[in-house]
Ligand binder design. Structure first.
Ligand SMILES: [Zn+2]
Length: 381
């Protein structure tokens, strides 16, 4: 690469370079404070992905062209939620607003043309973007989560057998009908602690925990009473068990599809708060790689999360660091901040990164900036 094209040439770039080295130095003596060339190193093997909407911007062909030019190699577009699909599904209604187009076919076809992998993302349990009619129907069928005051939440209860059948069936139909490289599970969790207390959960919790004959004051005993801890563990198993069922369905349909998950960054608190035990999924061999959504502008927080994740993964699966320049949790000042975080992720042992999320500003300002250095040469995912 010609040195004149380095981002470090501009005044802002030098500031960034100095900051980057400062960050690396501050993070500990064991770190290789390698030399400036490391900052422009573009490895040959690395997943470089973006999370995206079901549609491309302005279309999938242009999106793939932009990504390909910047040597990105993977896209994770959401293609369905718990109550809507953006492809013709036998199990979910088509999106009313998006029109009857097969967005997944468009994405996979453009991806193949430009050598960019598609990992179809399922917003598994939340009925995001669903029509009011669908939500009313799901509520009437008793399939939505209930909180402790009896209120209905727009989330599928994971213990309800109809819900499990739908979710597993959707994963199977995507695997069967589309040449995707992977399937990613998102919203694979409860929204918070205060759920689910529906009738299915009451019966199944009592059955799984005691067999029969035990009286449980529901939901009091499982919220603050004697069975609180047992209930929290049981909740985690409802989610983990569903991941297991999805994996079996996907792998028996097409063994070469990579199953991954987008998960919260703090794996010590997420099991209790959200029933999401990423460590258990990894230990039980349920995911092929993991994408923690490490959305923060604070690099010390980022380093802490990555180190915890790497320790808990224990080398079992690749860690793909989710980074969030456009997330709700933080907004970056510019592409230099993302570049710093990519360097940190690499340094902490991540074998790839996924950016939240692809938009016009990312295509215009971020991709060309990264392509001048850290993604300047092609990489295989
Ligand atoms: Zn329930």
């Amino acid at each position: 690469m010609n040195i004149s094209s380095w981002p470090g040439q501009s005044a802002g770039g030098w500031l960034w370079l100095t900051l980057s080295l400062g960050i690396l130095a501050a993070a500990g003596p064991a770190r290789q404070i390698g030399a400036a060339p490391d900052l422009f190193w573009s490895p040959r093997s690395e997943l470089r992905g973006v999370w995206a909407h079901y549609y491309g911007i302005p279309d999938w062909a242009q999106t793939m062209r932009n990504l390909h030019q910047a040597n990105f190699n993977a896209v994770f577009p959401y293609m369905c939620s718990a109550g809507v699909a953006y492809y013709p599904s036998r199990l979910l209604p088509f999106s009313e607003t998006a029109g009857p187009y097969d967005y997944l076919a468009k994405a996979t076809s453009a991806g193949q043309q430009y050598g960019v992998q598609i990992h179809a993302r399922m917003l598994v349990l939340e009925a995001l973007f669903s029509s009011d009619q669908t939500k009313v129907q799901l509520a009437q069928q008793g399939r939505l989560m209930r909180n402790s005051t009896g209120g209905t939440l727009p989330w599928l209860c994971p213990t309800n057998p109809y819900n499990r059948e739908q979710v597993v069936g959707v994963a199977r139909e995507i695997a069967r009908n589309y040449p995707v490289a992977g399937l990613q599970l998102d919203y694979m969790r409860y929204p918070h602690r205060d759920c689910c207390f529906c009738e299915h959960c009451r019966r199944k919790f009592v059955h799984d925990t005691f067999g029969s004959g035990t009286e449980v004051r529901w939901p009091h005993d499982v919220i603050s009473g004697a069975y609180k801890d047992a209930f929290l563990r049981w909740r985690q198993e409802q989610i983990t068990g569903l991941v297991r069922e999805i994996r079996e369905a996907v792998k028996s349909t097409r063994a070469d599809i990579a199953l991954s998950a987008a998960v919260f960054p703090n794996w010590r608190s997420a099991p209790e708060r959200f029933g999401q035990d990423a460590q258990a999924w990894i230990e039980q061999g349920l995911v092929d790689f993991i994408c923690p959504m490490n959305y923060t502008a604070d690099i010390i927080t980022l380093i802490g999360w990555l180190q915890q994740q790497r320790e808990l993964i224990g080398g079992r699966v690749p860690l793909m660091a989710g980074l969030g320049p456009f997330s709700d949790a933080c907004q970056f000042d510019g592409p230099h901040q993302l570049l710093d975080q990519i360097l940190i992720a690499r340094d902490e042992g991540a074998t790839g990164f996924v950016i939240f999320n692809y938009n016009e500003q990312f295509a215009q300002d971020y991709l060309p900036y990264l392509a001048m250095g850290v993604t300047s040469t092609p990489a295989s995912p």
